[in-house]
Ligand binder design. Structure first.
Ligand SMILES: *Cc1c(COP(=O)(O)O)cnc(C)c1O
Length: 423
């Protein structure tokens, strides 16, 4: 199936007389006839649901849909994008290990990696995505377990050179984890370029309607965990009566371990209703992505003409420094998000934000409705100036998330707010 068809049909196929729409299985537990049936579930020798902290039929259908869309062997939904990135890392990193991340990533992920993981004994070494292969190679240590980046960085809109980082990761026998939130599998499928694990905040375009907070981890099934570096996947898991993930689950080793070990212990599994809402968003994702891209391109070209705008970071524009990478990784478009730098810095940017009438000022992005955010005074206010600069964030930077309104209405609103900010 092509992606437009997967959006509608992957993951759930009703049998004769069953509900056409994906049902909401709002139940914590599942009834079995025999103790042995439940015993087999605990032994992982039978498939089925036992408790909704670990799996649920509604969530399962959505996991299967997203795995199909990304071209992976399996997926695990989580209660947020933060939980997805946390579990993706903890599945193969323990105290004493390190990971490499590019610094142009979502601010919440920077906090998680630089502060909270550090408290757990896991060191994150940040590199610049423009660093040479030699420089990145030099940052990799014997205890480095993975490399991390975002396809389209939130909010700097840098395009991650997936092939370059996959090559470095694989040369060192470690996987590449890519947060594909802004691109979605409609615009880019990172596994096709060598990524091993993909994560998402499903809160963004996948949901699209600002209805639920969620995340997902997808396993490509391509990484060879038997290279000696990942005993947690090849040796018996004492917390799960000696299961050996690679031996017992083959290509699905990583994603099975994330579920039966980490999800069992941390319990960040979404409820059925949230998965149902996410699925409604996924059904129209392919159609919506096309329109977000088209509206955003029109808006970006218009804003470039304004003397109030210092720069527009939108990689689909020919002059953008990431344009060549965008043509390679995102030929269908670069989503609805762009980063504007307003002349006059922080104060003018805030005045612009406060003057908007149609676009809403809110802590969200990738919604059906146009919205804006000022990272320096809102989401990224915990970062110091040095971290802000490393994340590619200027004090006058406004993250504009172009929605599905008529593009003329969006432009009219932006123009009147720019005029008001001029004073
Ligand atoms: C929003 C976001 C996250 C965090 O996701 P939540 O669902 O808000 O927890 C992670 N990565 C990226 C790229 C994001 O945009």
């Amino acid at each position: 199936m092509k992606i437009e068809t997967q959006c509608l049909h992957a993951g759930y196929t009703p049998k004769n007389g069953e509900p056409r729409a994906l049902p909401i299985y709002q139940s914590t537990t599942y009834k079995y006839d025999k103790t042995a049936d439940i015993g087999a579930l605990f032994d992982l020798t039978a498939e089925g649901h036992m408790y909704s902290r670990i799996s649920n039929p509604t969530v399962d259908a959505v996991e299967k849909k997203i795995a199909a869309m990304e071209g992976g062997v399996g997926a695990l939904c989580t209660t947020s994008g933060q939980a997805a990135n946390l579990l993706a890392v903890l599945n193969i990193c323990s105290a004493g290990d390190s990971l490499i991340s590019v610094s142009t990533i979502y601010g919440g992920t920077i906090n998680l990696f630089a502060v909270t993981l550090k408290r757990l004994g896991i060191e994150c070494i940040f590199v610049s995505e423009e660093d040479s292969e030699e420089k990145i190679q030099a940052a990799i240590k014997p205890n480095t377990r993975l490399i991390f980046g975002e396809t389209l960085a939130n909010p700097a809109m840098c395009v991650f050179d997936i092939e370059k980082f996959a090559k470095i990761a694989h040369r060192n026998n470690i996987p590449l984890v890519v947060d594909n939130t802004f691109a979605t599998p409609v615009l880019c499928r990172p596994f096709e370029f060598g990524a091993d694990i993909v994560t998402h905040s499903t809160t963004k375009y996948m949901d699209g309607h600002a209805l639920q907070v969620g995340g997902v981890i997808v396993d490509s099934g391509n990484f060879d965990w038997t290279n000696g570096k990942f005993p947690e996947l090849t040796e018996p898991d004492e917390s799960y009566h000696g299961v050996r993930y690679v031996h017992d689950f083959g290509k699905a080793a990583y994603i099975t371990k994330a579920r039966v070990q980490l999800m069992r212990d941390f319990g960040m599994y979404p409820g059925a209703l949230n998965a149902f809402l996410l699925n409604v968003g996924l059904e129209t994702l392919a159609v919506r992505m096309e329109r977000y891209c088209r509206n955003a391109e029109t808006v970006a070209r218009h804003l470039l003409k304004s003397d109030m705008i210092e720069s527009v970071s939108y990689p689909a524009l020919e002059g953008d420094s990431y344009h060549d990478l965008a043509m390679k990784y995102l030929p269908k478009g670069c989503s609805g998000v762009m980063a504007l730098t307003i002349k006059g810095g922080r104060d003018t940017a805030m005045k612009f934000m406060d003057s908007l009438k149609l676009a809403s000022n809110e802590v969200h992005v990738a919604d059906i409705r146009t919205c804006v955010l000022h990272p320096a005074s809102e989401t990224h206010r915990q970062l110091n100036d040095e971290q802000l600069a490393a994340a590619g964030i200027h004090p006058g930077l406004v993250r504009l998330s172009v929605g599905l309104e008529n593009v003329d209405d969006i432009i009219e609103d932006l123009d009147q707010a720019l005029a008001a900010a001029r004073g």
